[in-house]
Each structure stands twice: as structure tokens, then as C-alpha cells.
Design a protein around this ligand. Structure first.
Ligand code: 2M8
Length: 412
């Protein structure tokens, strides 16, 4: 399995970064690169560092790390929406998207450093960019009164068509069907992907942001939510920044302070009925859908409600340890769909995050069981993008980079 995983990462390596999938996602994706670096550090620390540093080459002057850095060698229409849609070019010539993805990068940088602690030069190089990234989120994306950061597009959650976005998206008038051409369904089954109606809404939201210069103060955001996964990863990464700061001889206090404030806000604002839910800033309500995003705070160090959250993960809605791999959506929901993307299937990155949470909580047996399942399924599905939680059947892309990388991490 290890050799096969290394091979997948080799095939998907472009010389400076790794594409999530040669067919479906032929550019560099933000949180994919972070997960990939976490696995790559076991193959080549140099490549892991390059993966993260190349992503930082795509960072904007305002600090945001865009969700896609486009590869100039790839045909401009290979992926939709491509560079011509986003119209964002940096001074160094890099073309990018204008939205972001969950901030797991500082954690990835810290783990990459730990694979070769003799080289603190890497930390020196990435620390300022990572601080600027978190500053962007804190200063420009704290859109509500509670201190949590908000996403302004479903793609920013990394869980594009999550059922949690259904009701907030219902307010968005979709771009007309004929006004764009999807490319994802050239490479994956229609039934595994978001619907055309979803896509119309994604396009409309992105176009509005673009047409306001991606300015968070100017854009009339029609979609703004505080997502538990996004904020939980920010907290972990803020702790990682504190560790990095300490290693570099800087004062870590402000990072620990922000992490503590975010943790309090997360519990106070998003925890309800045993798990975390997204908060819709437009309606003022918590979204009544339980998705795996609501379990990801298990990785937050010192989470006061960890025991309750773990009980929910093991309960009938997610059946952690009782299905093939933890699903992306409440198994008891009427619209649960075992094959469609983020509306039910199991994903390896969320399983890896939950595994990390279990280890931190000292739940050794559960962690080991999850690790064993993840490794077996990665191999059996030839590193699928996602799978059916009941049958283990592979869905989406194969030879998918973060699946290979995270399996490699847990195998090492
Ligand atoms: C998926 O999202 C992209 C848009 O960013 C897409 O569907 O085209 C998501 O699974 C996201 O989490 C992931 O980063 C990306 C690339 O693997 O694909």
C-alpha cells in the first residue's frame, strides 16, 4: 500500500506541487496541498516544503490564500471555473481563484517541520505568510458579532454540496444554465457530483464576489456562514502558529489567545444537541443539518464538550467505528445519499482529522480501529476520492492525492 501511495503522489506531482487528480482537478488546491504535504513529508521533506511554499506563492497581498492556483501549462478550459472566470492575476504572474478554503496550512507546516527539525529555515520562510493568512481571516472574515470567521461560498467549506448549504443557497438566484459549461462531469459520474442547480448558484455567488473586486467590505454577500470545520481548523492552525512562533523565538501569546477566543466562541455559538452546526449569518439561525463538519471540532485541543461530541460521532447519525468509514452526512436523514459527493459518502480527509482528534483525546482503541479501516479502504479503492459508507464502493476520482497522502501518514 505504501509503495502504491507513493506512486500516486509521484504521478500527481507537477515539479512544484501536487494536483488532487490529473483528470478532475488539474491545478493546485489550497487545503489539498496541506493534506498532501502531511503525507509527502514521509517521502521527501523537501517536496512537502515545496508543496506548501509554492502555495504561498499564490498568496494575495491582502493575505488570503486562494483556493486554486492555476497551472499555466494546463489548457485554460480544462477545469471550470478556470482562470478566465476568476480573472485574478498576481504581480508574479500566478493566476488564482478569489475564494479560500479551510485553513489547515499552519498545522501542515508544523507537521512538515517536525519531520526534519534540523531545518528551521523553512519555518522562518513560511511563518510571515501564514500569519498574514490568519490575519486576513480575522480582519476581513469576522462578519458576525461572535468572533468566528465566515465562509462566503460553499466551495470555501471544502464540502461543496453539503446539505448544510441547501437552505442558505435557496436564497441565491442561479446563473442561467446555458451561461457556463461544467467540466467535472466529463470525468466523474453525474450521480457522484453536485447538481446543475447547485452549480448555477456556485457560479452566481463567485461572479458577484469577482465583480466587487473580491472585496469583503464591498461585496453584498448573499451567503455567509460560520462553519464548524473551518473554524476548528483555524483554531488548530493558530495553536500550530504558536508552536512555530516559540520555535523561532517569538512570543506565542497572541496565537494562543486567539485560539482560546475562537474555541469559546465555537462552543458558545455553534454547539447544540450534542454536536456543532453551521450558523447562517443571513437568517441568524443554526442550520438544521448534521454533517461531518460538526464533528471536526474533535481535533480542537482542550475542547470542553469533547466527550459529548464523541458520543454523537458513535451514535446513530454517524456510527463511527460501525460503518466502513465515518460518513459526510447524518445517516438517518431522509435525503442521505451514499454516493453523491458531500451528501453522504465517506471521505479520507475528514476521517484523518477525526483520527487525530481521537489520538489527542487518548481514545487509543478507537483511533487504532479508524486507522486500520482508513488504510484498508484506501488500498481497496485504489485511493478513491470518496466511498459508500455501507459497501465501501469507490466513488469520484481514483488515485486521489490526499487519500494517498493521508494513508501514507497513518501507515508511517
Ligand atoms: C472539491 O471542490 C472543487 C471546488 O473547489 C470541485 O468540486 O471542483 C472539494 O471536494 C474540495 O474540498 C477539494 O479541495 C477539491 C479538490 O480536491 O474538490
Amino acid at each position: 500500500m505504501r509503495d502504491d501511495a507513493v506512486q500516486v503522489l509521484e504521478q500527481n506531482w507537477t515539479g512544484r506541487s501536487t494536483v488532487p487528480s490529473r483528470s478532475l482537478y488539474p491545478h493546485q488546491w489550497s487545503w489539498d496541498s496541506a493534506f498532501i504535504a502531511i503525507g509527502l513529508r514521509h517521502v521527501s521533506v523537501d517536496r512537502a516544503r515545496t508543496e506548501l511554499e509554492s502555495l504561498l506563492q499564490a498568496q494575495w497581498p491582502d493575505g488570503r490564500i486562494p483556493h486554486i492556483a492555476f497551472a499555466p501549462s494546463v489548457p485554460r478550459d480544462a477545469y471550470f471555473p478556470g482562470p478566465d472566470f476568476w480573472q485574478a492575476r498576481l504581480a508574479n504572474g500566478t493566476e488564482t481563484s478569489g475564494i479560500v478554503q479551510p485553513p489547515i496550512h499552519a498545522l501542515a507546516a508544523w507537521l512538515t517541520y517536525q519531520a526534519d527539525p534540523a531545518d528551521s529555515g523553512f519555518l522562518e520562510r513560511v511563518y510571515p505568510g501564514l500569519v498574514a493568512w490568519h490575519d486576513y481571516l480575522r480582519d476581513r472574515r469576522t462578519l458576525g458579532p461572535g468572533g468566528l470567521v465566515a465562509i462566503v461560498h460553499p466551495w470555501e467549506s471544502g464540502m461543496d454540496n453539503s446539505p448544510a448549504w441547501d437552505s442558505p443557497l435557496a436564497r441565491v438566484t442561479p446563473a442561467p444554465a446555458g451561461s457556463f459549461t461544467r467540466r467535472d462531469t466529463d470525468h466523474a459520474a453525474d450521480a457522484d457530483r453536485p447538481t446543475d442547480l447547485d452549480y448555477g448558484r456556485y457560479v452566481q455567488l463567485a461572479a458577484t464576489y469577482r465583480d466587487h473586486g473580491y472585496d469583503d467590505r464591498e461585496t453584498p454577500h448573499a451567503f455567509a456562514l460560520e462553519d464548524p470545520c473551518f473554524n476548528a481548523l483555524l483554531i488548530c492552525s493558530e495553536h500550530a502558529l504558536a508552536d512555530i512562533a516559540t520555535t523561532l523565538g517569538h512570543d506565542p501569546a497572541r496565537h494562543r489567545q486567539y485560539a482560546a477566543e475562537l474555541t469559546d466562541a465555537l462552543v458558545e455559538r455553534l454547539f447544540t444537541a450534542g454536536m456543532f452546526r453551521a450558523h447562517d449569518l443571513m437568517s441568524g439561525d443554526l442550520v438544521a443539518s448534521d454533517t461531518v463538519a460538526g464533528l471536526i471540532p474533535l481535533i480542537v485541543p482542550g475542547l470542553p464538550v469533547a466527550d459529548t461530541l464523541l458520543a454523537t460521532a458513535r451514535g446513530p447519525r454517524f456510527r463511527l467505528g460501525q460503518v466502513r468509514l465515518v460518513p459526510s452526512y447524518d445517516l438517518t436523514a431522509e435525503d442521505f445519499d451514499a454516493g453523491r459527493y458531500w451528501r453522504g459518502p465517506s471521505w479520507f480527509n475528514t476521517a484523518w482529522l477525526i483520527h487525530r482528534g481521537l489520538v489527542q483525546l487518548g481514545k487509543t482503541e478507537s483511533a487504532e480501529a479508524l486507522r486500520t479501516d482508513l488504510l484498508a479502504l484506501a488500498e481497496a479503492t485504489t485511493f478513491a476520492e470518496y466511498l459508500d459508507p455501507f459497501t465501501g464502493e469507490a466513488h469520484g476520482a481514483r488515485s486521489f492525492s490526499w487519500t494517498a497522502a493521508l494513508a501514507l501518514d497513518l501507515a508511517t
